[in-house]
Every structure is written in structure tokens, then in C-alpha cells.
Design a protein around this ligand. Structure first.
Ligand SMILES: Cc1cc2nc3c(=O)[nH]c(=O)nc-3n(C[C@H](O)[C@H](O)[C@H](O)COP(=O)(O)OP(=O)(O)OC[C@H]3O[C@@H](n4cnc5c(N)ncnc54)[C@H](O)[C@@H]3O)c2cc1C
Length: 602
């Protein structure tokens, strides 16, 4: 047990004393006293436990404000540590548990001499609505003799026949990629009637339809789905068709109510009945559902940005967005121009070069590149790796450690990682820049992950294609594409690039664009931009939001939610979204603190 020399108290005693003081201040409903237990510069991140929102407040005034609004209804108590706290460099780390009036929660506390520096509080279950897990798992078999026996398969069939015909689902999730599927699994466990709809033929087709060389860029430890980890022999980077098969299998075994070949045509919310009218085309049949809640899980990498250029109509070759790129096989010996220099552009250029195409990459703005092995080792290794697992950092624990770092200071944890990567791969970056590649490390040198959280673009995780650019095998051209002729791509400086195929690897638009398509422009504008932190860096305009805009939390449009992100985010945040939906289904009061404000339309 660590002992503080000056005071003679142990770290355990220090944390216990802080938790007891905090609880006493909450019990006395004394927000100022509780806030005084925080350091002058401090951060409290709450995921649904106090705020029925995903919110971070800062400093004592922020803490007091949050508490004044929430402490009465939350009635938090029974704070305790869940394992022995540790201390390093003057900061005590403690894992904590507590309960609220309606649920059970866990979190993390970092204490300095001045008080709490960071606090994370997260709801994980609702009292009386616990998931049927472990000891509480369903019996399955019904022993005894019963003439009216209904088997599991019969019950499932009856449910699917009733749903949408004689019984309305409480939630409709539009989009059955990894996001919709993970949320569907959680809703099933929580007993929330739902249907996940997707226009593709089968779950997993989102991945099957992508270019054939694609493998996940994130490693297996980062990618588990809720409840069911990948087996221990699963590859580090799953090939796209393998992850597709896993998603299909997972959808089935987790009993997600999933309608394939179903396109959502429109959705409207009735303010008086508090119901959505969702019009679906289910394999040619029009079905109208009236759920109370609507989740758009239509993908942040789903709405292609395709530039409109003069001459696209006269160009005699083929042209498509990267999301429609079928793979390289048909392009052996062809001249291909790939517009863009981020992940998809590099992956596509690499695969085309492998089959013998003549490939040119057009770089329009600078890109951050990090080699996959360096990212795995220095960026993710302490949390998501075999090494982390051996050190007792399970994926669930890693998710919580990650969640405990407030976004406001996250870049300060990332900057040293990227400084180390820069040093380790110096020769690689020198070669790239010598080849004329414009490379950056993010506006404040915080690297890839902050770019992802802030703008969801602007980087490449290098799995080999960067070398092709560095050594000239893939030709690199800088500039802005202004038009196409019958046979070529034309740049602003007059350069002409002969092409049989043009691939627009030009990224994706904000998710509220989906709300404009399916609901209305008015609702899309009411909700505002989705994603980003308001960091004031490139493509992430301020003001500071504290959390990712509009993701997994209440929006300005009642009963409309956005879900998605990478596999880690889908896994972790689907829990908080599912709990928010479950509470509403059960009529548990959910007073929202700090509802998302709108500062940008897209
Ligand atoms: C090249 C590439 C590589 C990537 N690599 C990784 C990686 O390694 N790891 C990772 O975590 N992420 C990766 N991503 C990001 C990945 O796209 C997202 O993480 C993931 O697809 C998000 O899942 P999702 O369920 O939110 O959205 P999607 O997978 O895009 O699913 C959205 C679904 O919505 C459906 N849909 C849309 N509109 C409608 C409608 N009107 N009606 C019915 N259905 C509709 C679509 O058919 C689609 O199936 C990569 C993306 C790309 C493009």
C-alpha cells in the first residue's frame, strides 16, 4: 500500500477521505462544498450517471453548476473504491463505484494535493432493469410438461412476424453497420424493442462492398464488439470480408432484430403524439413504423463527398468515389488518377500499383501519416495489445482509462507519443518529404487520434503504400483539380494528367446530412454539425464543446440520436445510448443537463 510520507496517510485513505467528503457534500446538497474538493483546474466527465447526457464540465464553477442542476435527482451515494488506488508523479489514480437513485455507476478519479484533477462518472445499469448476464442469464430450457410450449425458435418467429405489423418497435435504428449492430445487441439485452434496418442484402455488406484489399486499420484488441470478444486466434488486422462475416454471425447470435434489404425513405416527428413516422421500403414492400425514438447509425464514413467539376460529363474514362471503388483487378496497365491523399487514397493507390496500373496521386492538402507498427506500439500498445492484456488491461478497462482522459487535455497526452514516433521513423518522414509529400502532425502536433476526434479525416495509417509514394512508384502531384477533359484530369496550374480512371478519394460529409436526406433540412439545421470537439483547429471550428458534437446523446431534435464511429466507440458508447433509450422506454425521468448547443450547421 502506497504511503504519503508527509502526512503518513496511505493512498487508499486519501481516496476514501475524498470520496467520503464528496458524498457528504452531495448528501447535504451543498454544490459549492463539493466543488471545493476539486482542484482549481479540473475536469469532470459524466456519461449519463448525473446528467443524462455526455458532458464534461471544467473547474470548480463548472462542477458546482453541474451539481446544482443534478444532485437532487441523482442522489448519488455509496462511493467506494473498486480496487486499490495507485500513485505516480504526485497523482493518485482510483477506480470507483457508486449508485444513483435509479442506477449503478462506476468511474475513475485522479487526485492531486489540490483535490480532484479529473473525475469520470459513468452509468452502467439501471436498477430493476439489469441485463440478464452471468448468474441472471436466461434458463433457455423450460423443464416440465407443457401442452402450450413455445420454443425459442417459435418465439423468435412470432416476434419477427408481429414487429411492424401488429406491434411497434420502441426504437428504429437506421443503418445496420457495426454501429447499428452493436446498439441492437445492447437493446436486445436491455429488453428494448427495436428494429435495425439496412439497405444492404446482408449484415456485413458495408465491409464486403469496400475495395478488396481493405483490412481493418485498428488492431483486434481495439475492435471487440459488446458481450462477445473475437476469438484468440483472430488476426490482428481483420480482412474486410472476415469482419463482415463476424458482423453477420454476431447479428444472428446476439438476436439483433435486423431487417436487411430495407431502405429508410423518410422520417417525420409528430410533436403532439411524440412519435416518429418512419417510411421503409422492405424488399419492395412499403412499411410504415411509429417508433418513439429514432437513431441514425448511417455512418460517418457513409455520405461521400464527390467534387462537382466541369468536364465530368465529357470525360470518356471511368470515374467514381473511393467508396464505390471495386478494387484494382480491372485496371492493370491503365492510367489511374487518385484525387486525395488520406487513408482510402493510399490503400487504393497501393492495390492498383500491385496489379500493374500506372498510378498518380493528387495531393490537395497536407496529410498526417503514421506507420501502423509504430502506432500499434507507441500509440495503442499500453491499452490495446497483447502486452496490455498481459498487464491486466482488459478491453473494458482500456475503454474506461481512455474515457477518463478529458478531451480538453487529451492532446497533451498524445503529443509525446507523436514526438516519439517522429524520432523513431525519422528516416521514413525525411524520404516522404524529399519526394514532395506535404506532411503534417496535426495543428498542435498531437497526431492521428486527435485528428480523428476533431475532424474525422486528414491522415493515413501506413501499411506500406507510403513507400510507393516516397520512392516514386506511385507518382505524386500537388495541386487542385479544376476540371476534366475527355481524356485527362486538369489541375489549376495547367498540369494535365491522362487518365482511364479517376478515383475521388475525397472523404465524407457530416452525419447531419443524413438527417437532411431522411427527415428535413430544417431538422438537420436544428441539430447542427455532428462530430468534432470545437477545438478551433482545422475543420473543427470552436467554440469548445467538451464532447463529440451530437454523438450518442440527446440532440436539439427530441427523440433523434446519432450513433457510430470506429469499433471502439461503437462498443463503448452504445452502452450509454442504450441506457438512455431504455430509461425513456421505462418512463424513468431523464432530465438532461447541458443539452447540445448548435454553433455550426455542417
Ligand atoms: C477505407 C476505410 C477503412 C476503415 N477502417 C476502419 C478500421 O480499421 N476500424 C474502424 O473501426 N473503422 C474503420 N473505418 C471507418 C468505418 O467506416 C467506420 O468505423 C464504420 O464503417 C462505421 O460503422 P457505422 O455502422 O457507423 O457505419 P457504416 O458501416 O457506414 O454503416 C452505415 C449503414 O447505414 C446504411 N444506410 C445508410 N442510409 C440508409 C437508409 N436510408 N436506409 C437503410 N440503411 C441505410 C448503409 O447501408 C450502411 O450499411 C474505415 C472506413 C473506411 C472508408
Amino acid at each position: 500500500m502506497t504511503q504519503t510520507l508527509e502526512t503518513g496517510t496511505t493512498t487508499q485513505e486519501r481516496v476514501d477521505a475524498w470520496l467520503a467528503d464528496f458524498e457528504a457534500a452531495l448528501a447535504a446538497r451543498d454544490a459549492e462544498r463539493a466543488a471545493g474538493l476539486f482542484a482549481t483546474t479540473s475536469f469532470w466527465r459524466d456519461l449519463v450517471a448525473f446528467t443524462w447526457n455526455l458532458t464534461t464540465v471544467e473547474n470548480r464553477d463548472g462542477v458546482a453548476d453541474l451539481l446544482r442542476a443534478t444532485m437532487e435527482s441523482t442522489d448519488a451515494r455509496n462511493f467506494h473504491t473498486t480496487e486499490e488506488p495507485t500513485e505516480a508523479d504526485g497523482v493518485v489514480d482510483a477506480w470507483i463505484g457508486f449508485e444513483t437513485a435509479v442506477g449503478r455507476a462506476r468511474g475513475h478519479l485522479r487526485l492531486t494535493d489540490e483535490g480532484a484533477w479529473t473525475l469520470l462518472t459513468t452509468l452502467y445499469e439501471l436498477k430493476g432493469h439489469e441485463e440478464p448476464l452471468g448468474e441472471a442469464r436466461p434458463m433457455g430450457a423450460e423443464h416440465g410438461a407443457n401442452r402450450n410450449r413455445v420454443t425459442w425458435a417459435e418465439a423468435r418467429r412470432a416476434e419477427s412476424e408481429e414487429l411492424g405489423r401488429t406491434r411497434e418497435p420502441y426504437v428504429v435504428v437506421v443503418g445496420g453497420g457495426q454501429g447499428g449492430i452493436a446498439l441492437g445487441a445492447r437493446l436486445r439485452q436491455l429488453g428494448v424493442s427495436h428494429v435495425v434496418v439496412d439497405r444492404y442484402d446482408r449484415p456485413g455488406d458495408q465491409w464486403r462492398s469496400r475495395y478488396k484489399s481493405l483490412c481493418l486499420h485498428d488492431p483486434v484488441w481495439y475492435d471487440h464488439l459488446p458481450y462477445l470478444d473475437f476469438p484468440k486466434n483472430w488476426p490482428v488486422f481483420a480482412p474486410k470480408d472476415k469482419i463482415a462475416d463476424w458482423l453477420e454471425f454476431y447479428t444472428k447470435v446476439m438476436e439483433v432484430t435486423y431487417w436487411s434489404k430495407t431502405t429508410c425513405r423518410s422520417a417525420t416527428f409528430d410533436d403532439s403524439t411524440k412519435e416518429w413516422t418512419v417510411v421503409l421500403d422492405r424488399d419492395g414492400e412499403e412499411i410504415t413504423l411509429h417508433p418513439r425514438q429514432l437513431v441514425l447509425a448511417t455512418g460517418m464514413s457513409g455520405k461521400p463527398n464527390v467534387p462537382e467539376l466541369p468536364g465530368q460529363d465529357v470525360f470518356r474514362g471511368e470515374q467514381h468515389h473511393s467508396s464505390q471503388h471495386p478494387g484494382p483487378d480491372a485496371y492493370k496497365g491503365k492510367k489511374v488518377v487518385v484525387v486525395g491523399s488520406n487513408n482510402s487514397a493510399f490503400d487504393i493507390c497501393g492495390a492498383l500499383w500491385e496489379v500493374g496500373a500506372d498510378v498518380t496521386m493528387v495531393q490537395r492538402s497536407s496529410t498526417h501519416i503514421v506507420k501502423s507498427d509504430s502506432l500499434m506500439d507507441l500509440g495503442l500498445g499500453d491499452l490495446y495489445s497483447e502486452r496490455a492484456v498481459a498487464a491486466g488491461v482488459t478491453t473494458q478497462k482500456a475503454d474506461m482509462i481512455f474515457a477518463s482522459l478529458p478531451y480538453r487535455i487529451m492532446h497533451t497526452f498524445q503529443q509525446p507519443v507523436y514526438a516519439a514516433i517522429k524520432e523513431r521513423d525519422r528516416e521514413f518522414y525525411d524520404r516522404l518529404e524529399a519526394a514532395g509529400f506535404q506532411h503534417d502532425w496535426g495543428d498542435d502536433d498531437s497526431g492521428l487520434f486527435m485528428k480523428y476526434l476533431r475532424r474525422g479525416s486528414g491522415y493515413y495509417i501506413d501499411v506500406g503504400a507510403a513507400d510507393l509514394v516516397a520512392n516514386g512508384d506511385v507518382r505524386l502531384v500537388q495541386g487542385q483539380v479544376v476540371s476534366l477533359s475527355e481524356t485527362a484530369v486538369q489541375l489549376k496550374d495547367g498540369t494535365e494528367l491522362e487518365a482511364d480512371l479517376v478515383v475521388y478519394a475525397t472523404g465524407y460529409g457530416s452525419m447531419n446530412g443524413w438527417a437532411a436526406d431522411l427527415i428535413s433540412q430544417e431538422v438537420a439545421d436544428k441539430v447542427g454539425k455532428v462530430w468534432g470537439l470545437g477545438s478551433g483547429t482545422t475543420k473543427d471550428p470552436g467554440p469548445w464543446e467538451g464532447e463529440q458534437r451530437n454523438m450518442w446523446k440527446p440532440t436539439q431534435q427530441e427523440a433523434l440520436w446519432f450513433h457510430g464511429g470506429n469499433l471502439h466507440q461503437s462498443r463503448h458508447y452504445s452502452l450509454y445510448l442504450a441506457l438512455q433509450l431504455k430509461a425513456r422506454q421505462e418512463g424513468i425521468p431523464t432530465p438532461v443537463y447541458g443539452l447540445q448547443e448548435v454553433h455550426h450547421l455542417r
